[in-house]
Ligand binder design. Structure first.
Ligand code: NAP
Length: 288
């Protein structure tokens, strides 16, 4: 296979995310002019995990680049569940905050679910609450979890026909695999959700027209699992910029494939910014 052909198979998450960010910046201008209030995103980081700190920094930068206010909160690693819940509840009551992002994972002594559930659904721009997941599953308006929502935007940008397609999602986490499966099902894909107890995983993946890898294990999805012509979405992000798919081996089988980095990652960030702008518009009564 020549390089030009290989290049044409790459899903360019950077380009699509830039379009989303540009559109979000335009929404922010419109909201600020119409309401006199600048949309604001509050980020909450608990503890000093360097990777989490880097993610928050990237989110804050994108937020400010789009013309939004960012309210950055760093809490001590010893913060208790009660303290975190009450802090998030305060942000929920603050009218200058239109979206709340709790960076996860939080330290293990904290009940992460309780902390997530303190986010009011209208400010849940990262799509982490039970209410949001339920609304997504029921096809009600919601700000869906950013990574799967970003993946849906990518699939649409590349006009992937999901109706009747067999989509195999590997992973069932509350922020990735589960909402991903729900979103694909909403678009009429036939969805198989796989996890650590799935038998003969490779044989299941071989049936997929669309594969979403959300496992958290480097190069876990083998090239020979990919049906010729399948669309491969690698949501994984492991140490050393390595995805969950063995990219080099999968490339020759796939019709379209996301690289790591430059595929799903930038879409997650752009979706967060876009959803914060949409939440601000909703809360400030501005029609976009
Ligand atoms: P997670 O909560 O650890 O979930 C991993 C899932 O993979 C679980 O459902 C687990 O199954 C399944 N799994 C683990 N080992 C498996 C195996 N051997 N065979 C089949 N399934 C297996 O991880 P996550 O938060 O969903 O994240 C998944 C990946 O996405 C990670 O690489 C993470 O870094 C990446 N991520 C990327 C972004 C982004 O912006 N690009 C955002 C979030 C996450 P069980 O449920 O049975 O344990």
């Amino acid at each position: 296979m020549n390089t030009t052909t290989e290049q044409s198979k790459l899903i360019d998450g950077k380009a699509v995310s830039q379009r989303i960010l540009d559109e979000a910046a335009e929404k922010v201008r419109k909201i600020t002019t119409a309401s006199g209030t600048t949309p604001g995103l509050a980020t909450v980081l608990v503890g000093e995990d360097p990777a989490s700190a880097t993610y928050v920094k990237m989110k804050v930068r994108r937020c400010e680049n789009a013309g939004m206010k960012s309210f950055r909160h760093e809490l001590a690693a010893e913060t208790t569940t009660d303290e975190l819940v009450s802090f998030i509840t305060q942000l929920g009551n603050d009218p200058t905050v239109h979206g709340i992002l709790l960076q996860h994972p939080v330290p293990s002594h904290i009940d992460e679910r309780a902390a997530f559930e303190a986010i009011p659904i209208e400010k849940d721009v990262d799509g982490v609450t039970a209410g949001t997941l339920g609304r997504v599953a029921l096809e009600m308006p919601a700000y869906g979890s950013c990574t799967p929502a970003g993946i849906m935007t990518l699939l649409d940008a590349y006009e992937v026909d999901l109706v009747g397609a067999h989509a195999v999602v590997i992973g069932r986490s509350p922020i990735l695999g589960k909402p991903m499966s729900a979103m694909l099902l909403n678009r009429h894909a036939t969805v198989t959700t796989c996890h650590s107890r799935t038998r003969n995983l490779g044989d299941v993946v071989k049936l997929a027209d669309v594969v979403v890898a959300a496992v958290g294990r480097p190069k876990f999805v083998q090239g020979n699992w990919i049906k010729p012509g399948a669309v491969v979405i690698d949501a994984g992000y492991n140490e050393g910029n390595v995805g969950d798919v063995d990219f080099d081996a999968a490339l020759s089988h796939a019709h379209l494939i996301t690289p790591v980095p430059g595929g799903v990652g930038p879409m997650t960030l752009a979706t967060l910014i876009d959803q914060t702008a949409n939440a601000a518009a909703q809360q400030l009564g501005v029609t976009l």
